[in-house]
Design a protein around this ligand. Structure first.
Ligand code: SAM
Length: 472
């Protein structure tokens, strides 16, 4: 029944295979010979399959867990260096016809303020985001064919890309909207989106159907097969994720890796990113109503294991997580974080009344973008506003090969430095600017290729003179 290359949801995410995987993991969680063998495979940067990774997740031996964390840190350093890419979500509309029981946008919620941005309001939001220094957005919307049809999403993307305020520009729009048709994915591709992101929420079919009792999202197969349709429509950067807290984390973890293996088997390229959201308090949602919440320790272990299992897949942590949790998981393999996020519709241009909110969930990290940039640099990271890859056509397997050939230091690293320089020139406060300028000086020296290094020096200088948007 289980077939990674099948196009049927229940065959590539086989419940039977997951259950067998969990039994295998339980039976071997103290089998140090096998655990060492798996860790050795991961050390050779070969990645791990869902069975191997599940054994490590089940293992509770403290020294072995330490090895997993250390390895995750090493792989992160080797493939991603110290760069952390920054982005912000932009909520377009919270009209929704689904019944998702964990999401306050569900149809029956009459308390939440329903809003849909007009193109003029989008202009205001994007201007506010540009004024913070953002260059990369993830647009979010509820599923509502009448209020939020694909034409509305496409028009909004065009508006976002068209706005040029002072030196600001949104150069990459990622899209997180409900599962749709191949034809619509093709239209999104033509609109030049970056990554198409869709969280599975849960891979457990029975729970999925209970958690999505009504609306088009109820259809497990249609949702689970969405990434195949997206890829058929020409989008080759897709982002996976599960909403931790809904189902047993070990089940979800195995499902997530099986989904990644499936994309690799069918399309020859794994997911571009994996997100690891946890259920949060929201308008009429109490996270304690779900009994599968995970501790920060397990959360960190999951992040580390994703990093060693799929070394070439970016990992995203949102402001659902606090500063402290973000700080803990950053070295374990996170490559992208959001900053200064508002999860309400229109929340960047206008502060919302706390009582009648349109927000999707409470954010834990409420710092400004400048505070986040400053904090990252003080921790030794290099904040990046880079959007070069997809603009240079380096998507799907072309991006993966850059990563596999360890060309990050000759490409992503200088791009990070140049985009950070733009941020410092245009948006940073004095202290952040000072720390950043010193960081850039030091980091430029790390570029191995002398030609690239020389060009990067020149461009950094040109940015001080007012020029913008250089990329390798
Ligand atoms: N409606 C689209 C869909 O069905 O995929 C767009 C996604 S929604 C705007 C973004 C994500 O937020 C959801 O996929 C879900 O995982 C997450 N989410 C929903 N309610 C949440 C909550 N209470 N806490 C944390 N994350 C939540």
């Amino acid at each position: 029944m289980y077939d990674a290359a099948s196009l049927k949801a229940e065959e590539f995410i086989s419940d039977e295979e997951i259950k067998e995987t969990l039994s295998f993991a339980d039976a071997n969680k103290e089998n140090t010979a096998l655990i060492d063998k798996i860790l050795e495979k991961a050390r050779q940067r070969k990645g791990l399959d869902h069975r191997e990774a599940s054994v490590l997740l089940a293992c509770e031996i403290p020294e072995k867990i330490q090895e997993m964390f250390a390895l995750a840190e090493q792989i992160k350093k080797d493939y991603y260096g110290n760069r952390i890419v920054l982005f912000a979500p932009l909520y377009l509309s919270n009209y929704c016809v689904n019944g998702c029981v964990y999401c306050p946008y569900h149809l029956k919620n009459k308390h939440i303020a329903r809003k849909k941005l007009t193109q003029e309001e989008i202009r205001k939001e994007v201007t506010a985001l540009q004024d913070m220094g953002h260059k990369r957005l993830a647009i979010e919307a509820g599923e509502d064919p009448v209020n939020n049809p694909i034409e509305y999403i496409l028009e909004s993307i065009r508006t976002i890309y068209s706005i040029k305020h002072k030196n600001g520009a949104i150069r990459r729009v990622n899209v997180n909207i409900a599962a749709t048709t191949v034809e619509n994915y093709r239209k999104l591709k033509e609109a030049e989106i970056g990554t198409y992101i869709l969280f599975q929420e849960t891979y457990h079919k029975e729970s999925y159907e209970k958690l999505h009792p009504t609306g088009p999202k109820h259809d497990y197969a249609y949702h689970t097969e969405a990434m195949d349709r997206a890829m058929e429509g020409g989008i080759d950067d897709v982002g996976l994720g599960v909403l931790f807290g809904l189902e047993m984390y070990r089940y979800e973890f195995a499902g997530l890796l099986m989904h990644a293996e499936h994309l690799e088997a069918v399309h020859g390229v794994g997911p571009h990113t994996i997100s690891v959201p946890r259920v949060k308090r929201a308008d009429d949602i109490d996270p304690s109503a779900f009994d599968n919440g995970i501790s920060d320790d397990i959360f960190a272990k999951i992040c580390a294991l994703i990093r060693i299992s799929v070394p070439y897949t970016g990992m995203i942590i949102s402001t659902r997580e606090s500063q402290a949790v973000r700080e803990r998981v950053l070295p374990l393999g996170v490559s992208q974080i959001s900053g200064a996020s508002r999860t309400s519709v229109g929340g960047y241009a206008d502060e919302e009344d706390e009582e009648v909110t349109s927000a999707q969930f409470d954010v834990s990290d409420r710092r400004s973008l400048d505070e986040v940039v400053n904090w990252l640099m003080k921790l030794g990271y290099l904040p990046s506003f880079c959007t070069a890859c997809y603009r240079e056509g380096r998507t799907g397997d072309r991006f993966m090969s850059l990563c596999k050939n360890m060309q990050i230091l000759n490409c992503c690293h200088p791009n990070a430095l140049m985009t950070l320089k733009e941020y410092l020139e245009d948006y940073a406060n004095e202290e952040t600017r000072k720390i950043g300028m010193e960081l850039i000086e030091r980091e430029l020296e790390k570029i191995p290729n002398p030609k690239v290094k020389k060009t990067a020096y020149e461009h950094i200088h040109d940015i001080s003179e007012g020029r913008r948007d250089f990329r390798f």
